[in-house]
Design a protein around this ligand. Structure first.
Ligand SMILES: [Zn+2]
Length: 396
């Protein structure tokens, strides 16, 4: 597999096997020229490889595309490929509302290809379709998205831009093409003929702030397909930056952050519940003290072992991995062993909680004072809800 590969035929650029696939997503109304203009600006002038083209449109737009751009391989798009020596990409026309074209995660009420986008329902369908389509495309790390805002009704462009803002990754791009007025008015103009001076068609990049790295809702598999539902969940998550959701410990020691069940392996769960119970006992405004955080000295002296054992009994855990608890005890471990066991467990917990802004208050933090340090959860104590039986594991 790793043998030296030839760099290809003369005159063609080498193509590393690992190159990402260039995917052009473009909304098209009744002016199909935007497609050829965008392909020209991207591929011919910028040298961006395009492997797939998806044209999202209405049923009226699809007929125009078929007649002018496709035409059994003789349309303007294929003439452009041929005249500029581009390898023809995979080209698909997709119609909003047509069941066969709907993205996998989107449920349509009916197979009803949109003839036009007029009503509120039509708009919602377009928004949900583009959102699901971009989400699916962006889930594949080998694909690089070029989204074009040119063309189509004015409602489509913003939804495409917002979908990319939610799900886009570094390297994905949003464009707009600008064509001089005299050419824009010319229905027969599709792209500048070979030999034209460059820059006739201007590709304007539209910057987008990529959000998916910062929000849970954009990353979980069950991310909603409905645009309005997604916006609601994004707003909810952003509001958690101001006021975090509750951290709740269930009777069977389950951990909930707001509505989300945090799944931790047994040992990590026992430690996290112990830290939550300890923090919950302090005053609301406490930034962290030796009452609500566990000082390193307590870990070293194996004082943490006892509450952990009580929680294991309380939760009725049978998990054999809890046998590692002996590493925390006074008789079977050194001070270094115990501290290392805590550090390892804390990183396991924090990996599971993640580092997104809305989650940071729930992580286990280490704070220091007077040359000593302590571990605990920084979330304000009054936002932690723990059953009384769990809190009592800290009673001596
Ligand atoms: Zn405190």
């Amino acid at each position: 597999m790793n043998e030296q590969r030839s760099l290809g035929e003369p005159g063609r650029r080498p193509r590393p096997r690992s190159r990402s696939r260039g995917v052009l997503v473009i909304s098209v109304g009744l002016s199909p020229q935007v497609v050829t203009e965008t392909v020209y600006a991207l591929a011919c002038e910028r040298g961006e490889p395009i492997d797939e083209i998806y044209m999202w449109t209405t049923s009226g737009g699809a007929s125009v595309i078929e007649r002018t751009l496709i035409d059994g391989g003789r349309g303007a798009l294929y003439r452009l490929f041929a005249e500029y020596g581009l390898r023809p990409p995979e080209v698909q026309t997709k119609v909003f509302g047509r069941a066969a074209d709907a993205p996998a995660g989107l449920r349509l009420n009916a197979d009803r290809p949109l003839e036009d986008i007029r009503t509120r329902e039509d708009n919602e369908l377009v928004a949900d379709t583009l959102l699901s389509f971009i989400r699916d495309q962006a889930a594949d790390p080998s694909r690089r998205l070029f989204c074009s805002l040119a063309g189509a009704r004015k409602t489509i462009g913003p939804y495409l831009a917002l979908a990319l803002q939610f799900y886009g990754r570094e390297g994905d791009r949003l464009f707009h093409v600008l064509v001089p007025p005299h050419l824009e008015a010319d229905r027969d103009f599709f792209y500048p003929p070979p030999g034209s001076p460059p820059g006739l068609i201007e590709l304007v990049e539209v910057p987008v702030a990529l959000l998916r790295e910062h929000l849970d809702v954009l990353n979980v598999p069950g991310s909603p397909s409905s645009y309005s539902e997604l916006v609601r969940r994004v707003e909810e998550e952003l509001s958690h930056l101001k006021e975090p959701p509750l951290l709740r410990i269930g009777n069977a020691l389950e951990v909930f952050i707001g509505e989300n069940h945090l799944r931790l392996p047994a040992l990590a769960r026992v430690v996290y519940v112990a830290l939550a119970a300890r923090r919950a006992r302090c005053l609301p405004e406490c930034p962290g003290c030796d009452r609500c955080f566990v000082p390193v000295a307590e870990v070293q002296d194996a004082l943490l072992h006892q509450p952990l054992r009580r929680l294991v009994a309380l939760g009725g855990f049978k998990d054999h991995r809890l046998e590692t608890l002996s590493r925390w005890s006074s008789s079977e471990s050194t001070m270094e062993d115990r501290l290392r066991a805590l550090r390892e467990t804390v990183s396991r917990i924090n990996r599971e909680i993640g580092d997104r802004p809305g989650r940071r208050a729930f992580r286990v933090a280490r704070i220091s004072w007077d040359g000593s340090s302590a571990y605990g959860i920084q979330l304000s104590p009054e936002r932690i809800v723990v059953p009384a039986a769990v809190t009592s594991v800290w009673d001596s």
